[in-house]
Design a protein around this ligand. Sequence first.
Ligand code: APR
Length: 310
Amino acid sequence: MDKKVTVVGAGNVGATAAQRLAEKELCDVVLVDIIDGLPQGKALDLAEAAPIEKHDAHPTGSNDYAASANSDIVIITAGIPRKPGMSRDDLLSTNAGIMKNVTQQVVKHSPDAVLIIVSNPLDAMCHVAYEASGFPKNRVIGMAGVLDSARFRTFIAMELNVSVENTTAFVLGGHGDTMVPLPRYSTVAGIPITELLSQERIDALVERTANGGAEIVKLLKTGSAFYAPASAAVEMAESILKDKKKILPCAVYLEGEYGFNDLFIGVPVKLGTNGVEEVIQITLTAQEKAALEKSADAVRELKELLKKLS
Ligand code: APR
C-alpha cells in the first residue's frame, strides 16, 4: 500500500493497533518489538487472517528497526503497563529509558515520520520522545484525549441509553487523575449534557472517566486497557494518513497556547498530513482553567522528576 505505519511494542496495545490498521486497510503495517519472535509471530498471524478479513496491509514483524524504514507514522507503545495499585506515574523511570532508546532508533530509519506516543505516563513520555527525536513539535503527538473522551462518551451513552454515535466529548489536560473532562463541550446529538443530566450525575461520570484506566487495571489484574487505547491511536493515525483534518484532543507541545509553555498537555488539535496542523483554542470558564492549571502542574512535576532521573 502507499502508506506505511510501524507499531513499536507488539504487546496488547501494539498488536491490537496493528490489527485495526490492517483491517481498516489504511497502510502497510510493521510490528517491532524487543522480544525475539513476538512481532514476527503476531504479524504472521495477522497476515494469515488477511484473506478472510480482506486486506492487503502486508503485516510484517521484526526486532530490527531497519524494517520500519520510511514509515509515515510510528506508533510507540513499547514499555511496561500498569498493575493493580500502580499509577501511570509509577512507570516513569522504566518507560523513559525505553522511550528514549526506541525513539532514537525509530528516527534513524524514519526521519520524516509522525510519532504517536502511547506509552505511559503519557505526557512525560511525549517529552522524552520530543527531545530524543529532535523532531519539530507538529510531529510528536501523544494519545490520551481521544481515549479519555471515548471513555466519557461511553459513560454518557450508558447513562442516557442512547447510541454512542450520538455522543461527543472533550477531555483535556494531562492523562492522569487530574484530566479535565469538559461537560459544557460534551453533547448528545448536539445537546450539551449539562442540559440533559443533573450536576450530580455529570460529576459521577466525570469521576468515572478520570479513573477509567484504573477501573480496567483493577479488573484485568495483570495489565492495563488495550482495545480502546489501540482504537484511539488508530483514529489519530487515520486522520493523518488520509489528511482528514479531524479535531481531536491530543497531547501536544505548547508554546503559549492556553497560557502554557514548554509543556505537553492535552488540547484540541487538527490532525492532517503534517501531524498537528493547528491547536484549537476554546474558551474556558475560570473553573475549567483552574482545573487545567492543576493538571498542568501534575505534568510539570513529572517533567521535573524526569530531569532528576536523567
Ligand atoms: N523496544 C521495543 N519493545 C519493547 C521495549 C523496547 N525497548 N521494551 C518493551 N517492549 C515491548 C514489550 O516486549 C512488550 O511486547 O513493549 C510491549 C508492551 O506490551 P504490553 O506489556 O502488552 O503492554 P501494553 O498493554 O501494550 O501497554 C504498553 O501502553 O497504554 C500504555 O501504559 C501502557 O505504557 C504501557 C504501554
